[in-house]
Design a binder for this molecule. Structure first.
Ligand SMILES: [Zn+2]
Length: 198
């Protein structure tokens, strides 16, 4: 398994136009400043995907200085990040995200966001969580919107189970896998030789 974390924030632009979050355009008294459609949620998700496979981040893959991405639909960034995830042999197990915004209210739109994100990542909407938080006066406050996303990748693409429990394959035999609760064995004569379990 691999885990990835993404974060993004955009300032309000002071002019009307609505905000696009998770691929959903929501009416708002002002839009977000950005080179693309400024979808902070999808940007955080793309970076989480890229981070999970150790790929270059969103800003490196799609430089804001490149006019090709002016006003771009951010779903293309997620598609490209997910394409790289698949190419590396991984699939998405689940994704959890938080949007930090004092306004607009996201409650009426969260289900649609989950649908759009789930479709992009080829998972069921129940594998995608989108939560909303207000700022309590902390940044970004009234200045803009931020988003965080964490994604778990599983080796078998499309699986909804984070663990590979296929028969005939011992979990303990996987390289780097240590069952939870079992401490790392520390070599040294003082601790004695590890006993074989019966
Ligand atoms: Zn962004």
């Amino acid at each position: 398994m691999r885990i990835g974390l993404g974060y993004d924030s955009h300032r309000f632009n002071g002019s009307k136009g609505g905000v696009t979050l998770g691929g959903v355009t929501i009416p708002h008294r002002q839009g977000l400043r950005g080179h693309s459609d400024a979808d902070v949620l999808l940007h955080a998700i793309a970076d989480a995907l890229l981070g999970a496979i150790g790929a270059p981040d969103l800003g490196e893959l799609f430089p804001p200085s490149d006019p090709a991405y002016r006003g771009a639909d951010s779903r293309r960034f997620v598609r490209e990040a997910y394409r790289r995830v698949r190419q590396a042999g991984w699939g998405v197990a689940n994704l959890d995200a938080t949007v930090v915004a004092d306004s607009p209210s996201l409650s009426p739109h969260k289900a649609r966001m989950r649908q759009i994100i789930a479709r992009l990542l080829e998972v069921h909407p129940s594998d995608v969580s989108v939560k909303a938080k207000t700022t309590e006066g902390l940044p970004p406050g009234k200045a803009g919107i931020a988003a965080q996303a964490v994604v778990l990748l599983a080796k078998r693409p499309g699986t909804r189970r984070p663990f590979d429990s296929s028969p005939g394959r011992s979990r303990g035999s996987r390289p780097g896998f240590r069952p939870p609760g079992r401490p790392r064995r520390i070599p040294g004569p003082a601790l004695g030789a590890p006993r074989r379990s019966r």
